[in-house]
Write a protein that binds this ligand. Structure first.
Ligand code: GCW
Length: 689
């Protein structure tokens, strides 16, 4: 009987439209199953979109009357909204649109719809595109830019461009993203030429009805590079005049322009220090130019000098003394960790520490250090870990989330940014599961206390459930079957995936042991003469015959001192330092005894092995769900998982064989033996597959 039922299920799903599916529809693939009567007294382009979405995607009871009401309510913040079964209420038209997306999502995922207010955690929720004006994307793994291209038609805006930008805007609005930086932080000065600003205006016009403002990355030396000035000194009156005029030119074309993002005096980019000025001098000059039109400056704290000692300490050392010196329309944009988007880092100590300055987190959605668009890694769990980290700046409960969203300190502006993983690939993100990271970023930017589990469930249902109409009939046996055989295992896989990547790449607090430049495969050995030490993996792992790890304790670089007590002592003391950060903060002998009772060397071997086993398990999970997914996405993900698995194996072998030269101990005998030679792995340097 049971077998019969399973056969029926399989046949049923096979007969469903499991057609080729390129993934372009993202999490927005539902079609309406009934009619909704919409009452809305106002009209605007944003409200028109809201109404169209409702008509296209309605899954509630057919014939329902839904009222959309734009009226001030003090309990609703910014573009927040109130939902009840028959009404969506908001202060703004955009709030209504967000309310519509929330209602439709709930209908599709079978979540309850009751009277409830939804307010955003951050006022500004931005994507940062590292797109270059020639169409290439720094750290982009999903094809060329959707905004820029080279060639003679580079400035022509085609119907196809507009269609794609509109789809992009819709996807962003559906998860609450309301800003986008159109170009790379390693900015070309040409971004500020009139012809390029004109193209940016065309993008802004398409994005506007969806509530998305545009921002631009600017090069600090633009006045001298394209403005014909002799200097770009921020205190020079000619320079100030140039920026004022440029800002005016932008606002004439784009009246709701959001502002500038600036990478200055970082990795060779020009900045105020080139003229003996401070970051505050530079940021304030731009902030003053933008202020009359309500624009802001997002000034990045990603700085580290060649001779600056422990790289993990430098952003804090440089920016803390400037706390209180920035204009109120400057926000300091800080990467989640103190080094650089590693698979695991403790949070940057700047969060919660700068008390008189607005501070915003920068996350990396594109997987520069997490397997590009080849590895299946759901980043929500990493961001959740970061946002929920206790800073203790105002006692317990001062999490990074609360320190940055205005709950702990009043901030004039609150914001969060994610470095985009979007390109021209049909599925936008290169890997079907990388779409989940775009989705998760938006959801967390809207509500920074959401759990990854909830986000995962939403995304899987919206993206993969072929029978979404069944969610309102919760007892439907097909749905129970789908829950059990697809949702449950896929959810478990993605929730585990980031930890798996940490395990096979750099467990126990190891970091930055990547091959150079592409940051894809392992390169713990890479240290050519003459290269900046803090660009080489041995600087970070410090392995020698005595042990491994970066000593950041009070007797080492003392990076621990940048954390508020009790974290300073907790990280400093071996007995209390969480093992996930062990080698981030401590240099330890190979035979150091871990909590598990194993030696540090053995434990390292176990973690690398567990990581590999986890990916093998992911392959099994995916193969088993084949009946529930369309053939194209099935095959594409399956093939990526194969690559990921062989990469995980290479990571494990490369790191263990390399570190074994120092530990001089055998790999525990119950663990699978390496199958690659170290020489071979060094030679191939794991070029991208
Ligand atoms: O992680 C590093 C990247 C660079 C990037 C830089 C930054 C845009 O390797 O490609 O440059 O960070 O964040 O500025």
């Amino acid at each position: 009987m049971r077998n019969c039922f399973i056969c029926f299920i399989i046949l049923f799903f096979a007969s469903l439209n499991l057609h080729a599916e390129d993934g372009h529809d993202l999490w927005l693939r539902t079609k309406s199953t009934g009619i909704v009567d919409i009452v809305c007294e106002k009209s605007s382009s944003t409200l028109n979109i809201a109404i169209q979405e409702l008509k296209q995607c309605w899954r509630g009871e057919s014939g329902t009357t839904l009222t959309l009401t734009v009226k001030p309510n003090i309990l609703i913040v910014d573009d927040g909204f109130k939902i009840s079964p028959g009404e969506i209420q908001a202060n703004t038209d955009l709030g209504i649109l967000y309310g519509v997306y929330e209602l439709l999502r709930r209908q599709q995922t079978g979540e309850q719809i009751k009277e409830e207010i939804f307010n955003p955690s951050y006022e500004r929720r931005l994507l940062n595109h590292w797109d270059n004006l020639d169409g290439s994307i720094e750290r982009g793994y999903a094809g060329l830019s959707i905004f820029w291209r080279k060639g003679k038609d580079s400035l022509i805006v085609t119907g196809e461009d507009k269609k794609l930008w509109e789809e992009y805007a819709r996807a962003n609005a559906s998860i609450g993203i309301n800003g986008t930086v159109l170009n790379n932080v390693n900015a070309s000065p040409n971004m500020l030429t009139s012809e390029i600003i004109n193209r940016a205006k065309e993008v802004a016009d398409v994005l506007r009805p969806f509530g998305i403002k545009i921002y631009l990355s600017v090069k600090f030396s633009s006045p001298s590079l394209i403005g014909g000035l002799k200097t770009s000194d921020p205190l020079n009156p000619e320079v100030t005049k140039w920026w004022n005029a440029k800002v005016k030119e932008i606002y004439n074309l784009i009246p709701d322009f959001g502002g500038f993002l600036v990478k200055a005096n970082s990795e060779g980019q020009p900045g105020p220090q080139d003229f003996g000025r401070t970051h505050a001098d530079g940021a304030n000059m731009m902030a003053d130019a933008l202020k009359p039109n309500g624009g802001i400056v997002m000034w990045r704290a990603f700085v580290y000098e060649t001779s600056g000692g422990d790289r993990a300490k430098q952003a804090y050392s440089e920016f803390m003394p400037l706390d209180g010196q920035f204009r109120d329309n400057v926000i300091i944009q800080v990467k989640n960790g103190p080094v650089d988007f590693q698979p695991r880092e403790p949070f940057s100590p700047l969060f919660g520490a700068m008390k008189k300055t607005s501070v915003m987190p920068e996350l990396q959605i594109t997987q520069e250090y997490l397997g590009h668009s080849i590895h299946l890694v759901f980043l929500s769990t990493m961001w959740e870990e970061f946002l929920q980290s206790e800073t203790y700046q105002q006692g317990k409960g001062s999490t990074v989330a609360r320190c940055t969203d205005g709950s702990v300190y009043p901030q004039k502006y609150t914001a969060i940014a994610g470095v985009s993983n979007i390109g021209l690939d049909a599925n936008w993100c290169g890997h079907h599961f990388a779409q989940a990271n775009w989705y998760a970023f938006g959801r967390l930017a809207w509500n920074n206390s959401l759990s990854s589990e909830q986000i995962a469930v939403e995304w899987i249902k919206l993206t993969f459930c072929q029978t979404a109409e069944n969610f309102d009939k919760i007892k439907d046996p097909l749905l129970v079957e789908w829950d059990l055989n697809f949702l449950k295992p896929v959810k478990q896989m993605i929730l585990e995936s980031r930890e798996a990547a940490v395990n096979y790449m750099m467990p126990l607090g190891l970091h930055h042991i990547f091959a150079p430049d592409h940051h894809y495969g392992p390169g713990p050995w890479w240290a050519p003469k003459g290269v900046r030490k803090d660009w080489t993996p041995p600087y970070y792992h410090q392995a020698d015959t005595n042990g491994i790890g970066f000593d950041r304790t009070q007797t080492g670089s003392n990076a621990v001192s940048q954390y508020h007590e009790p974290l300073n002592s907790k990280f400093n003391d071996l007995k209390t330092c969480p093992e996930i950060y062990l080698l981030w903060f401590h240099h330890l002998p190979w035979n150091y005894k871990m909590k598990s009772g194993r030696s540090l060397w053995d434990e390292l071997c176990y973690y690398y092995d567990i990581g590999l086993q986890q990916v093998r398990q992911f392959q099994k999970v995916w193969d088993k769900i084949q009946p529930y997914v369309d053939s194209q996405r099935f095959v594409e993900v399956q093939s990526k998982l194969r690559n990921q698995c062989s990469n995980a194996h290479e990571w494990k072998d490369a790191c263990l064989l390399y570190f074994q030269q120092f530990s001089r101990q055998p790999i525990p005998y119950e663990i699978e033996r390496p199958v690659h030679d170290l020489e071979y792995l060094i030679e191939i340097d794991m070029k991208r597959h």
